[in-house]
Design a protein around this ligand. Sequence first.
Ligand code: ARG
Length: 479
Amino acid sequence: MADNKPMRLWGGRFEGGPADALTRLSVSVQFDWRLAPYDLLASRAHARVLHRAGLLTDDELQRMLAALDDLDRACRTGEFRPTVADEDVHTALERGLLERLGSLGGKLRAGRSRNDQVATDLRLYLRDHVRTIVSRLVELETALISQAEENAEVAAPGMTHLQHAQPVSFGHQLLAHVHPLSRDVDRLRDWDRRAAVSPLGSGALAGSSLPLDPAAVAAELGFDAPAPNSMDAVADRDFAAEFLFCAALIGVHISRLGEEIVLWASQEFRWIEVDDAYSTGSSIMPQKKNPDVAELARGKSGRLIGSLMSLLTTLKGLPLTYNRDLQEDKEPVFDAVDTLLLVLPAVSGMVSTMRVNRAKLEASAPDGFALATDLAELLVRRGVAFRDAHEAVGHLVVWCQVNDKDLGDLTDDELAKVSPHFAPSEGPGGTPGVRDVLNVHGALAARSAFGGTAPDRVRDQIVSLREIVDGQAAWASES
Ligand code: ARG
């Protein structure tokens, strides 16, 4: 093999060698090499099954396993590397085995095909990496929860349509970014249940005439069960598409957080300051400090969504079973894994180090007549139909705008002039007075039903989220 002749697993029936253009098109080892540790795991399991089937002697099994261990070591140290002449990871590793074992190395291919191998390798790779991704999501959730805890009492302008709507606890808003991430983790755990099916034993498409034991291989590789249909097993890439959907949705979630951070850090908002360690400067404007981490988080969602589209388009309309089109499954999957593992730690670091400008948030919370709904709801408690209350408060807002006043500045006379509903300003029947509800912290505390923005409810949320996140961390680190 040292002569660097193209290493192929299918030379027997061909007279001439492949055209250079075919070789260049066909080769995947430059990106599928990262499957090597998983291919070697599957090879060990396959060797044991061949041995139990009487197809390898005790001695052959021992030599095979020792060679696979040595190859694994050599791959990890970089002593064994794929060459341009290896078509794919399976080809390169068979070369490594032949180099170590001579013709015994050629026995391992019995009863398996690259079709069931590659499907197995990619599942193993993803199940492993999904746990790392979940650990990174847990770090981001934890960073957001810690900031929420420190800002549970801080009133902030809550928005719809990017316009001031009603005051909220800033902690509540931060936790609103944790829940989507927590659902992402849930989705990945649920994904893992469906991905835990082993294709190995399906061979090229029809299974094997050799007495293999797919259930034993599945168990050894940590799968829950072997695939019940060999044709589906080699053709199915649902696990890859589903993973990419999960990754794309994580991308969407961190892009929404990224967008908010960009806004919050702007001169116009000044709600937060991003730490220098997570900011960049401008090559021409010396005063600039830019929230590039947040922007990249927003930008990376584009490629995550693109990877999902790419794979779905590849899969659409493929006839059963394996088709070479399926080689295109790997790059989008690897890119999505790399992207998430790159972006999540940066976002977590940015969130945990950002400084919240509480004074600015508190001062802006009532702006834009954000307590108007509280006033309308007060009238409802006094027996006014909401429709009429809405109208009366609407008039009051216009009156304030024309006279350049805030709701809280109005005198009893002014209130009574706009609508009799506002008189007396002190509430009849034990209801609070008009001015009592025009108070941001009162407005927050009043929203105390489950799921509301009252600081007490925010603290309850933090307690239950911490428990959920602890469970997620434990899942990621088990096995
Ligand atoms: N490199 C191939 C892939 O990624 C491995 C399977 C090739 N199988 C085949 N019959 N040509 O899908």
